[in-house]
Design a protein around this ligand. Structure first.
Ligand code: RIB
Ligand code: NA
Length: 311
């Protein structure tokens, strides 16, 4: 089993359940409110830890109680926390989230300590970093730091998975260092610079990313599963039926399942299936991490679904 390192964000998610999203200037009364651990980086690390992967988290928390709590929480979920530091004078990243009755969400993120991750932090822990084989990135820490780390790690022979969310301007030079890019359908078109969906189909948009140097594009499509685009080939991989209560973190769960399967030696299309399964399980409860499966739960789910895979 290859070892995995997640370099990214740690947020505290403040989640209000709402009947519907508010209009500008409108005040709504929430159905309920909860606080969860979240952030795309932390979500991926916890999903991997729950599955039993050998996983390390690299990131920053603030000098507040949330920071220490989050580190303890990661440790309890089997994540190596030696790459997490506390940023003096900063607050832990925060995400303000509404979830409506369809399980859809709207999110505003305040980066806090996540915004303090510098290329020099990557250099400072280089020796420990290169012990891992597979690296997961998202875009909730400074893009310059992501670009720097992706390039250096790829040049050191590592495998790079980038979930380019939230959609942000990326330097052109980053694409050639990415082995697997896992945008959602909207993000594929955003990065291809082709947002007119009627003119540019998914395959063409992903093709633009591949021509810019990305190895493989995996377009996450929620309840429609995922599309795997390599060279000029596009294949569709079905989603698993599920009941969506809260889709927050479903994409992160997908990435974790995908990476876990790759690290276990599965082929890419099988790894996408595992990503779909972990994503499907994760949406069944409120909170990004609440319903992420253990390996045992994943096995049981795969066994009872019609689409079995030996993992
Ligand atoms: O991908 C889901 C995550 O995005 C949430 O946990 C929230 O923290 C936001 O960063
Ligand atoms: Na969830």
């Amino acid at each position: 089993m290859k070892s995995i390192c997640v370099i990214g964000s740690l947020n505290v998610d403040m989640v209000a359940a709402v009947e519907r999203f508010p209009q500008p200037g409108e005040t709504l009364t929430a159905d309920g409110y909860s606080v969860f651990f979240g952030g795309k980086g932390g979500n991926q690390a916890v999903a991997l830890g729950k599955l039993g992967a050998k996983v390390k988290m690299v990131g920053k928390v603030g000098e507040d109680i949330h920071g220490n709590d989050y580190i303890r929480h990661l440790r309890m979920n089997g994540v190596d926390v030696s790459g997490i530091s506390t940023e003096k004078g900063a607050v832990t990243g925060t995400a303000m989230i509404w979830v409506d009755r369809q399980g859809e969400n709207q999110i505003v993120v305040s980066p806090g300590a996540n915004g303090c991750m510098q290329p020099s932090d990557i250099d400072a822990m280089w020796e420990e970093l290169v012990e891992s084989d597979l690296f997961l990135f998202q875009l909730e820490i400074p893009i310059g730091t992501v670009a720097y780390a992706v390039k250096r790690l790829k040049q050191a022979g590592k495998t790079i998975v980038l979930d380019p969310a939230p959609a942000s301007q990326l330097p052109e030079a980053i694409f050639r260092y990415i082995d697997y890019m896992t945008p959602n359908e909207t993000e594929v078109r955003y990065y291809a610079g082709k947002q007119d969906r009627y003119v540019y189909q998914l395959k063409e948009a992903a093709g633009i990313l591949i021509r810019r140097g990305v190895g493989t594009v995996i377009a996450k499509a929620g309840e429609n599963g995922a599309y795997l685009i390599r060279d000029t080939e596009l294949s569709h991989i079905d989603a698993y039926p599920t009941q969506a209560i809260d889709t927050t973190g479903a994409g992160d769960s997908f990435n974790a399942g995908f990476a876990y399967a790759l690290a276990s030696g599965l082929e890419v299309n099988e790894a996408v299936r595992i990503g779909n399964a972990v994503g499907a399980l994760s949406v069944r409860q409120v909170g990004a991490q609440s319903a992420m499966p253990t390996r045992e739960e994943l096995d049981r789910f795969l066994e009872t679904s019609q689409r079995r895979i030996k993992l």
